[in-house]
Design a protein around this ligand. Structure first.
Ligand code: PDD
Length: 277
């Protein structure tokens, strides 16, 4: 399969990363994961705009426009004959002798993208997933899709070790997001999710869900909610590029609602599937 390294299409086995690439040494860079359905990127523009925005927030100018990256990714999809899967792309601050300070402007970013064949998470979407609660110990710029994922990795690992799929993170009693997804609760027919501030990644799927709510007269609100609200919610679901809309049926061993996919989550799933078809 082909991968893209700095605008060039090369074989996966030929891709090499320098040991002093700042992404490798410091996690100094940003990334995106984009779904491909029927050979086409889903919400590609939104993801690429966020990539450039994440770059700006860490003082890094990504040397391509949204449409230039889009063209490259479309070629990658074609060359790899990808029908259903994901694209991973990351941009690091480039290669320079190890130094915490940013290198000078003549050091150009390293841009990498590759594709992966992967099916939709249909099983989890039907049966739902189990979760744990976990203190959100991450930094205060979670709106940046940074390569620095240690906090997220440790949260996810804790969930896996408890036989669960995701960790629901909370700060001062307020639920923020998962390790790789956003979290919404449904209470009395209303979808509630954390506001898009510095404490969460403003998920593209999250934004899609809110748009679906607006267009279909489903009440929704971007309001902080507590762990207690979470535990007493009628329905809870994860949203994200890889998980789409996945119901949470258990939190710390306790059932959410009656412990199965709830009616509003199911309705949202159906409306979401219409968008990706
Ligand atoms: N994760 N929150 C976090 C911390 C995430 O890592 C992600 C996505 C999301 C959902 O965002 P979106 O709807 O734009 O995919 C929320 C990607 C898929 C990953 O790291 O694999």
């Amino acid at each position: 399969t082909y991968v893209i390294v700095n605008g060039e299409f090369i074989n996966r086995s030929e891709a090499k990363i320098d040991i002093e690439d700042r992404g490798y040494q410091f996690g100094d860079g940003v990334y995106e994961v984009i779904r491909v359905y029927n050979g086409k990127m889903f919400t590609g523009t939104e993801h690429l705009e966020r990539l450039i925005d994440s770059g700006k927030k860490i003082g890094m100018d990504i040397p391509y426009t949204v449409s230039e990256i889009k063209q490259q990714l479309e070629s990658l999809i074609d060359k790899n004959r990808l029908n259903l899967g994901t694209l991973y792309l990351q941009v690091t601050r480039g290669i320079a002798p190890r130094n915490h300070a940013f290198p000078s402007n003549d050091v150009s970013p390293t841009f990498v993208a590759y594709s992966k064949e992967v099916g939709r998470p249909v099983e989890n979407m039907k049966t739902g997933v189990k979760t744990i609660l976990n203190a959100d110990i991450r930094w205060l710029l979670c709106d940046i899709k940074s390569l620095n994922l240690l906090g997220n990795l440790m949260a996810k690992q804790k969930a896996v070790e408890a036989g669960c799929f995701e960790a629901i993170q909370h700060r001062d009693g307020v639920v923020t997001e998962g390790s790789l997804s956003n979290i919404s609760i449904i209470k009395n027919g209303k979808v509630i999710t954390h506001p898009a501030d510095n404490l969460i990644l403003n998920g593209i799927t999250r934004q899609k869900v809110l748009e679906i709510c607006r267009n279909n007269d489903i009440p929704s609100s971007e309001t902080p909610f507590t762990v207690d609200d979470l535990k007493s919610a009628d329905e809870v679901f994860l949203s994200g590029t890889t998980v789409e809309i996945t119901p949470i049926v258990e939190i710390e061993g306790e059932k959410v609602g009656n412990g199965s996919l709830g009616p509003i989550t199911e309705h949202l799933q159906a409306l979401f599937v219409k968008e990706i078809e």
